[in-house]
Design a protein around this ligand. Structure first.
Ligand code: AHR
Length: 547
């Protein structure tokens, strides 16, 4: 399995030049030109919103991969661990972040994972070979430990299931083990394991990236759709309240992109609630290392969301269904350096250092842009997971003495703290620039993409009576002005105005220099009917304004 990596597969299919998913950013509703080409404008009407934001839009992901679980959240014997073996410093950090939902236990890992190996007395649990990452899995941390950890961290589980080497029967058994109170084979087993109360897991992913030839148990779309339908029917008999997410395309570069999603949904549309989207971004072949192009990649996420939503609606129409599916963008992040055999082969070790991507300033700016896209698309995306949370492509890195926050931590924590209530319907006017199209199948040579310098998302929260703005300035050289006008309301004060910026786009944080890239206060204009913000070049800004 390890010899046919996801990366290898994708680069081969890109090179093959099949024409499925041409990617162009033109046509974004954010590209309107202002009258004065150097100043951007936006009018905020508190009554114009897109939708309520589901808190689960800012979830995350912990996989049994590298040092995410072991040495990340669970390290018995560590001076930082509590009686359960949970890392207290990491727990505190995640609690403070307020992560609403965490996907677990994989990822690729889940497709050959037997959950039954990791419950019951710890001394009896087998040590197994994880086929996804060629690592040793001790099974000392399993579903019950994860549920206890979630309670301690104040978060909710998004449970992944094995559609690779197990049949739907075992997914149903896991649900019965987790959610049925008592009096059945699996619920009584949970009780025998010391967990009297059911875990009541609401959200479930039906498999992981089953479209990918790298996935253990990869099968054709129709076959997967039938299996998902079967599992869903069994699961709803056990607990009709569960939310079920079918496995969608794992990337826009897949030759089966959109076809997979349609064929899957043709089989299981009525049985599921949502379909998954995955995507990792990088300043690599796709952008040619051009940072101004890289910072536009969140518009590719906008487009992916629209395309998958269109497929859902197509199938809905074909099936005359009353139900509209929502989307679960349950893996997204920057990931392009710590990839390939040097970074994803566990060499049959326990807790190997895998996928330990170190993030720089420009990665954090793009993550800010991706959060903007999620806010703007919150009418359709209800669950999304920053992949992942600790040590593995993560905002938090640990060693035996403590942790540090990577650059991408900051836009993520701002979203968690400030993107509350409803997403505002904003139509900003911004000056634009052009870049050549991303290297994607279907693009014509020399095709141009028009990109606004300023990327804006806004939220309004009735509870705190405030509006938050999230502004990415993609201009690498020059500060940009943004004039904010208010419709039928005059704000009272600016509560918060922070910016993430710096002179070096490649600057990173480390244990030795943990705050090299960190937010600073930005001078804000006085609250009023018209407010002019000056946004530094290469920056992501958060403003919270009291109404
Ligand atoms: O998050 C790392 C990996 O990326 C996951 O295991 C897999 O689902 C995706 O390909």
């Amino acid at each position: 399995m390890r010899h046919f990596s996801r990366r290898h597969f994708l680069s081969n299919t890109l090179a093959a030049g099949a024409s499925i998913s041409g990617l162009s950013l033109a046509g974004s509703e954010l590209t309107a030109q202002p009258a004065d080409a150097s100043a951007a404008r936006v009018t905020i009407d508190p009554d114009r919103s897109i939708s309520a934001i589901d808190r689960n839009l800012f979830g995350s992901f912990i996989e049994h991969l590298g040092r995410a679980v072991y040495e990340g959240i669970y390290e018995p014997g560590s001076k930082l661990a509590d009686a359960n073996g949970f890392r207290t410093d990491v727990l505190k950090e995640i609690k403070e972040l307020g992560v609403p939902i965490i996907r677990y236990p994989g990822g690729n890992f889940v497709s050959s994972y037997h959950w039954l190996d990791a419950v019951g007395p710890k001394e009896k649990r087998p040590r197994v070979l994880d086929l996804a990452w060629n690592a040793l899995e001790s099974n000392q941390f399993g579903v019950n430990e994860f549920m206890a950890w979630c309670r301690a961290a104040g978060t909710e589980p998004l449970m992944g299931t094995n559609f690779g080497t197990e049949e739907p029967e075992m997914t149903a058994a896991l649900l019965e083990y987790c959610n049925v109170d008592k009096g059945t084979k699996w619920s009584d087993l949970r009780r025998a394991h010391g967990y009297e109360k059911p875990h009541n897991v609401k959200y479930w992913c039906l498999g992981n990236e089953m479209d990918g030839p790298w996935q253990v148990g990869h099968i054709p779309a129709t076959e997967y759709g039938i299996k998902a339908r079967d599992a869903a029917r069994q699961m709803r008999t056990i607990d009709p309240t569960v939310k079920l997410i079918a496995c969608g395309s794992s990337n826009t570069s897949m030759p089966t992109y959109l076809d997979w999603d349609q064929q899957v949904l043709e089989q299981c549309y009525d049985e599921v609630d949502a379909i998954s989207l995955h995507r990792y971004y990088g300043n690599d072949e796709e952008t040619g290392g051009d940072s101004s192009k890289y910072l536009a990649l969140n518009l590719a996420m906008d487009r992916q969301i629209k395309e998958i939503a269109a497929v859902c609606d197509l199938v809905r129409g074909r099936q005359r269904s009353e139900k509209s599916l929502w989307l679960s963008f349950d893996e997204w992040n920057v990931w392009y350096r710590a990839r390939g055999p040097k970074f994803d082969d566990g060499h049959r070790q326990e807790a190997p250092h895998l996928l330990e991507e170190i993030y720089n300033l420009e990665d954090a700016l793009l993550v800010g842009g991706l959060i903007n896209t999620l806010i703007r698309r919150s009418d359709r995306v209800r669950v999304a997971c920053l992949a992942q949370l600790v040590n593995v492509i993560a905002p938090i890195m640990t060693n035996e003495d403590g942790l540090f926050r990577q650059t991408i931590y900051y836009p993520y924590v701002w979203a968690l703290q400030y993107a509350r209530g409803k997403a505002l319907d904003l139509v900003p006017q911004s000056d634009t620039y052009e870049v050549t199209a991303f290297t994607r199948r279907g693009n014509r040579a020399g095709e141009k993409i028009t990109v606004p310098y300023l990327d804006l998302a806004g939220t309004i929260d009735a509870q705190s009576n405030s509006v938050s703005l999230f502004i990415l300035n993609r201009d690498l050289e020059t500060a940009r002005d943004l004039t904010v006008s208010w419709h039928e309301v005059v704000p009272r004060r600016v509560n918060t105005c922070h910016v993430l910026t710096g002179s070096d786009l490649k600057a990173v944080n480390a244990f030795t220099d943990p705050k090299r890239v960190a937010p600073q206060n930005l001078e804000a204009p006085a609250a009023g009917a018209e407010m002019k913000f000056q946004l530094p070049p290469r920056s992501y800004t958060l403003v919270n304004i009291g109404l």
